[in-house]
Ligand binder design. Sequence first.
Ligand code: BG6
Length: 473
Amino acid sequence: MKLNKDFLWGGAVAANQCEGAYLEDGKGLSPMDILPTVQLGRKEAMYHPELALEKDYGYYPSHGAIDFYHRYKEDLELMEELGIKAFRTSISWARIFPDGEGEPNEAGLQFYDSLFDECKKRHMEPVVTICHFDTPLALTKKYGGWGNRALIDRYLNYCRVLFKRYGKKVKYWITFNEINMITHIPFFGGGMVIKEDENVSQIVYQAAHHQLVASALAVKMAHECDEGLMVGCMLAAGSFYPYSCNPEDVWEAVEKNQDSYLFIDVQARGKYPSYAQRIWKEKNVTLNMKDGDEEILRCNPVDYIAFSYYSSRLAGVSPDINGKVADGNAIYTLRNPHLDITPWGRQIDPMGLRITMNDLYDRYQKPLFIVENGLGATDKIEADGSINDDYRIEYTRNHIKAMKAAMEDGVICLGYLAWSCIDLVSAGTGEMDKRYGFIYVDRDNDGNGTLERMKKKSFYWYQRVIESNGEKM
Ligand code: BG6
């Protein structure tokens, strides 16, 4: 099928994984700034942030990252050469409000003014995530993160500043990155430090409710600011398959999908699904809703469904599963014997993208937007300076084919944004050597390297894909 000429081909990054300059021009700390690489204990620190708040790990990858803060002009020039039409990034909340609240920091605002101007100059539509795993650390320390309802007002104050300042430059907004992650990685998702003796589910579902209310009010605010603004939710997607046709396995997959759909059901349909009651009951959660919350959710659904897709997932309870698991991007999944797997344990399943897109579109009947898809891999620089990342080309080609197949099935999709157009710090492991980009950045896991940018083979391949609007792959 032929794609519309305004299909948004592009790439995606996040502030805390690429900008660096972690304290420059008045920026405050974000959760990522206190997490080391996986080799130095990142996983432990992600799940026990109380350690990260006290311990000195010596090296922190986000502090310098790929220095996008100082090199964004040169990087966007390369992306213009790549031909991208949409560039997704996030705004660092702590750059605009170093303490998460109070008065905005003009230097931070000016940085994003210049960044979005540069995007426009280079004919790229910015797609902006308001909060990408980076609720300011000051709000963790003062309020305990999103478990506290006070965060709604802090977030809305931040949104007010953003929509007013950038509403004429940015059309596409995303309220929270991968909102369903909050129940899996509460420190990333909601800036929360949960003690071992606390009821984790009670805290995370209450925090999620606060984010859902905040998200709905942000949609309202954006539309009041300019009715042409498009505001989306964002799901860490990847449908669960049942391990077998054993009805117990099928039901397990239904439940696991509902765990994630719960969030998007609220954001897209305007109310909690009926199965939410079962989930809360099973987890001993009593949700505290204020008068008016239900109306806020009902009246302000999102305009589109953005999602990341790296892989499908697998669920079941059959006795022969044998404890074999894979990396479901922070969401627990079984190992699917039919799929290849990367050295980081992530399964590769292009057909799963078609299935996921059909699932989401059938359910919500709103335009979809793929805002993250890509392969984390080790790249080798050859003696002649070339980087022959055929594995990345193959992964991306197969996923774009699957996306097109879903569109032939009738799914409406606004665009495809590759994660990430340029190498950056991995969120899950803090490594640089888990590379996703079409553009290589000379920096290693320990922070060594010149930061020089180099085009990989996939750069030229993706350039042709965009030039031909997805015809030449
Ligand atoms: C998504 C996140 O979950 O996956 C990104 O939105 C992240 O921030 C991406 O980088 C890839 O995961 P990872 O852990 O390999 O960086």
